[in-house]
Design a protein around this ligand. Structure first.
Ligand code: AMO
Length: 455
């Protein structure tokens, strides 16, 4: 490894000569002095080249230092137009800089590198398509997505991905604590797992196959092995919807557990998983949370729940499913009435749930299935499943589906399965709601949608 210290650690080395490495985030050339701002994985570091004069406050990184990537406020301070070059490497050059760590209250982290020796490790072929040093990227979302490999280097565009990573770490941690085992299931499958409509077909050595819409069948089967399992993985939906909340590939945080009384046991585990995700974001992604001004939600000890029929009554609807506008209304209602940003809607009509859903024994036509709404959006779907073989064959027959197509899956039930249930949380929707991103495409590095297959 190239031996270096990270930008965030510089203050610990005050007075010493150290080496940093990263990308040139900003190059500025004033009358008597030039600045390089170097970006590494931990934040920004200021490098001063030349002899700072008395008025050398110009263009420093003043202002709120909310994390490693505090915004620069250079524009208003620069004396004259920033000159090109000044002999220093241009923006996005990869550099190694050795210099003396010198106290400078106006620099990021309160220190800067002086008397630098600068070595260029790689020079960009062309300048970046937009200025990455500006507080907000001056480009539209499609332009940003077209240039994702470079655009994501911007601290604000990278921040949702940090929050997403911290969320996944928290999900794993919470479920590990509860005795779950992480599994990895096939993403190439022989039959559709959810509804047949939005499935991508592929050619599998000359045979028809599909990209998995969910790990549903495999996570259920693995309850027969481990009792409690989870998976973090990609799922594929041939979504014809060009909306701000649908992707053709997204990351599904799935869990499934055996020996439940009913769906409420699953809801309690989901509550713990969500609380763990938020705690992890709070601790692991503090700079990103600060930079984006994210308000992390409280997770109530018991998340309020309304039955589907009650949700219909509240929203004066007789539709068999909830429309996005109703979900938004119900979320506002939950905040007003229960002070909660989360709301469970339970007991969706059986007709609207997949064949593996367990009916509510007390209410014919309704299910032991639930959704979790978060800040106006369906974030999670889950429920209790059927667990007896004969119930599966009957459910498939009732829907006119041939049991033979599900033979591999049905094996689990033929050989005995406990009452069980589970849920799946859409990672990108979660991150979007958490960060306030208007479009789910801002929360994943390389989104796949109706139109986008590259980069
Ligand atoms: P469902 O199909 O409702 O349930 O998906 C679960 C969660 O995944 C997210 N989601 C999506 N996110 C982005 N783009 C999409 N196209 C998209 N579709 C769904 C949502 C949704 O709540 N097997 C069941 C889960 C279970 O019962 O365990 C399932 O996949 O956040």
């Amino acid at each position: 490894m190239i031996s270096r210290v990270l930008s965030a650690e510089l203050a610990e080395h005050a007075g010493r000569r150290v080496t940093i490495a990263g990308w040139v985030h900003r190059r500025r050339h004033l009358k008597s002095v030039s600045f390089l701002v170097v970006r590494d994985r931990a934040g920004l570091a200021q490098v001063v080249h030349g002899h700072p004069g008395p008025a050398r406050t110009a263009g420093d990184h003043t202002g709120n230092h909310t994390g490693g990537y505090a915004e620069s406020h250079v524009e208003s301070h620069v004396e004259g137009a920033p000159a090109a070059g000044g002999g220093l490497p241009g923006e996005e050059s990869v550099v190694r800089v050795t210099g003396t760590v010198t106290l400078q209250p106006q620099a990021p982290g309160g220190v800067e590198l002086t008397e630098p020796e600068i070595e260029v490790l790689a020079e960009p072929g062309t300048p970046p398509p937009f200025d990455l040093y500006r507080p907000v990227v001056p480009a539209s979302l499609p332009t940003i997505l077209d240039h994702a490999p470079v655009a994501l280097r911007h601290p604000r565009l990278r921040a949702p991905l940090e929050i997403s990573a911290a969320s996944v770490a928290g999900f794993r941690e919470a479920l590990d604590r509860l005795g779950f085992t992480e599994i990895h299931t096939p993403k190439i499958v022989g039959s559709a797992t959810e509804s047949g409509a939005n499935v991508f077909g592929i050619d599998y050595f000359g045979r028809p196959a599909y990209l998995a819409q969910s790990p549903q069948f495999y996570k259920q089967a693995m309850v027969g092995v481990f009792e409690r399992v989870y998976e973090v993985g990609p799922v594929f939906r041939a979504e014809p919807h060009d909306t701000v909340r649908h992707l053709a590939q997204y990351t599904s945080l799935d869990a499934e557990l055996g020996f439940v009384t009913d769906h409420r046991d699953v809801m309690a585990v989901l509550r713990q998983a969500v609380a763990g995700m938020i705690e992890s974001v709070r601790h692991r992604a503090a700079p990103a949370v600060g930079l984006l001004g994210v308000a992390l939600p409280e997770v109530p000890a018991e998340i309020p729940a309304v039955h589907f029929t009650e949700a219909q009554r509240l929203t004066s609807s007789d539709e068999p499913d909830l429309a996005p506008a109703q979900e938004r209304w119900l979320s506002e209602w939950a905040l007003r009435e229960h002070g909660s940003e989360f709301l469970f809607v339970t007991g969706y009509p059986m007709a609207k749930r997949p064949f593996y859903t367990h009916p509510d024994p007390a209410r014919p036509g309704y299910s032991n299935g639930f959704d979790l709404l978060f800040r106006g959006l369906e974030l999670v779907t889950g429920g209790q499943r059927l667990h007896r073989y004969e119930d599966y064959t009957a459910a498939l027959a009732a829907r006119g589906e041939p049991a033979a197509a599900y033979e591999g899956y049905l094996q689990a039930f033929r050989y005995g399965m406990p009452p069980h249930g589970g849920f799946a949380l859409g990672l990108e929707r979660w991150t979007a709601r958490l960060t306030g991103a208007a479009n789910i495409r801002e929360t994943t590095a390389f989104p796949r949608d109706l139109h986008r297959l590259s980069p």
